[in-house]
Ligand binder design. Structure first.
Ligand code: FAD
Length: 428
């Protein structure tokens, strides 16, 4: 089973466009769609296939619930955009307003939900705090004792295997050029400003470029002397099949998560099992990430792995005249970690017994790109004409459409629909 719907790239490299987007995940594709709809000439360069890294490997939750207050305006705008996307791009995206439930295992988790609820009341979201009894009614027969929960009936889910390809093809229908297997090696400048993008197929002249390169953004901008604080975390997901009646809403607790898929199966995960493969960047950025590590240590497991050595030998600087790592690793397809798929199913069955008898049919992992404050950067960079939309810290699928809108507005000098200050690049 393929994790993503493969779409054919265009064959001809344009000589000149207004904007080149570097990276064909949901963020790059959404920005391309916005720009093309606004009449700008856009080329989207993807080193591998559209939507084949994080954007197809995620859980598919589209939520406002639980987000950092700074991100909620993006989540509210995305909530407006998702339901109309199918019609906007003329393709299935799997979006359903199915509800999202967080189950709190203990007083500490419940207190976190209560604190979030109090902090975000002013946004007028429909989220509800649930008592232990209300929670138990939503998960009949649960073998766990939950202290309560948080539920937002109007949050939902979409299909990661379909959404990004649909958005990219929608952008193409409105004039964008999609270049797949087309890695960008570097940026061309004239008079201190962006004048083009150097791809493996040649130069595309442009006045503006957006780095939406997901887990590769730090490496890419580092070559330009722009230091983006970004670390990678590996997360494992499995697909299961079974015939019983179980929740339509997505649900997550301390150590389990599940979301119904469009193909009838479920995507499941161990919620608190993010693997940090230690490497050079962990050392270089240790001080910046220490507060985040302290706050989230329960969800992180530190390991040595193949990336540990690779991080020390990967070239950090290169000329645009030679093939780069972006051409060597077209798609970063990491394997599921250890026995996490089996643990995910065990934990899920304890919490939601309706899943008894389900079987695992597939498993994979993805590299989540995180920033020190877990907020993305959607911003101009210190090189005039260069912009970034990256560092979505495990939350970018649900807000991707809105992030693309904000990035397009910043790049074209239009009034942004929300205050971009929380997402400003800060090299400090
Ligand atoms: C296991 C997991 C679960 C998640 N669950 C959720 C969830 O439920 N809800 C949610 O909102 N978010 C979730 N996320 C996060 C979400 O998937 C990401 O935030 C989002 O997909 C990021 O999109 P992106 O476009 O920035 O990155 P990506 O999808 O990784 O795309 C970046 C693209 O850039 C390309 N690229 C890199 N360098 C170059 C180059 N030099 N030239 C050309 N192309 C280049 C890459 O090949 C890649 O395709 C999850 C992530 C994971 C891994």
């Amino acid at each position: 089973m393929s994790l993503y719907r493969k779409i054919d790239g265009d064959t001809d490299l344009p000589d000149e466009v207004d904007v080149v987007i570097i990276g064909g995940g949901i963020i790059g594709a959404s920005t391309a769609l916005e720009l093309a709809e606004r009449g700008h000439r856009v080329a989207l360069c993807e080193k591998g296939e559209i939507g084949a890294e994080q954007s197809c490997r995620n859980w598919g939750w589209v939520r406002r619930q639980g987000r950092d207050p700074a991100e909620i305006p993006l989540a509210i705008e995305a909530k407006r955009l998702w339901p109309e996307l199918r019609q906007r791009v003329g393709a299935e995206t799997g979006y359903v307003e199915s509800g999202i439930l967080y189950a709190a295992a203990n007083a500490r988790e419940m207190a976190n939900h209560e604190a979030w609820f109090a902090k975000t009341r002013a946004f007028g979201l429909e989220s509800k705090l649930l008592s232990a009894v209300e929670l138990a009614n939503m998960l009949p027969g649960t073998g766990r004792h939950f202290r309560g929960g948080l539920y937002t009936a109007q949050d939902g889910r979409s299909e990661p295997s379909l959404a990004t390809a649909a958005i990219a093809e929608g952008a193409r229908a409105k004039g964008a050029v999609l270049l797949t297997n087309c890695a960008v090696r570097g940026i061309d400048t004239q008079a201190g400003k962006v004048s083009g993008v150097v791809s493996e197929r040649g130069l595309i002249k442009c006045g503006a470029a957006l780095v939406a390169a997901g887990a590769w953004t730090r490496l890419f901008t580092g070559n330009l002397g722009i230091h983006f604080k970004q670390l990678l975390v590996r997360a494992t997901v499995a697909r299961i099949e079974h015939n019983q009646r179980v929740p339509q809403f997505a649900v997550g607790g301390t150590d389990f998560a599940c979301r119904r898929r469009l193909d009838g199966g479920y995507s499941i995960a161990v919620r608190n099992a993010n693997i940090v493969e230690l490497g050079l960047d962990n050392l270089l950025l240790a001080r910046d990430f220490l507060p985040a590590f302290r706050a989230g240590w329960r969800e992180l497991q530190l390991r040595l792995g193949p990336n540990t050595l690779n991080s020390f030998i990967t070239a950090r600087h290169w000329p645009s005249t030679e093939p780069t790592i972006f051409e060597r690793i077209r798609i970063n397809s990491t394997a599921p970690y250890g026995d996490l798929p089996q643990k995910a199913l065990q934990n899920l069955v304890k919490a939601v017994p309706g899943f008894v008898g389900a079987r695992i049919t597939d498993a994979w992992s993805g590299m989540i790109d995180t920033t020190p404050n877990a907020l993305p950067v959607i911003s101009a960079l210190p090189l005039p004409g260069l912009f970034m939309a990256s560092g979505f810290s495990g939350h970018g699928f649900g807000i991707g459409l809105a992030a693309g809108r904000l990035a397009a507005e910043l790049m074209t000098g239009k009034a942004p629909f929300t205050d971009p200050a929380p997402f400003r690049f800060n090299a400090g």
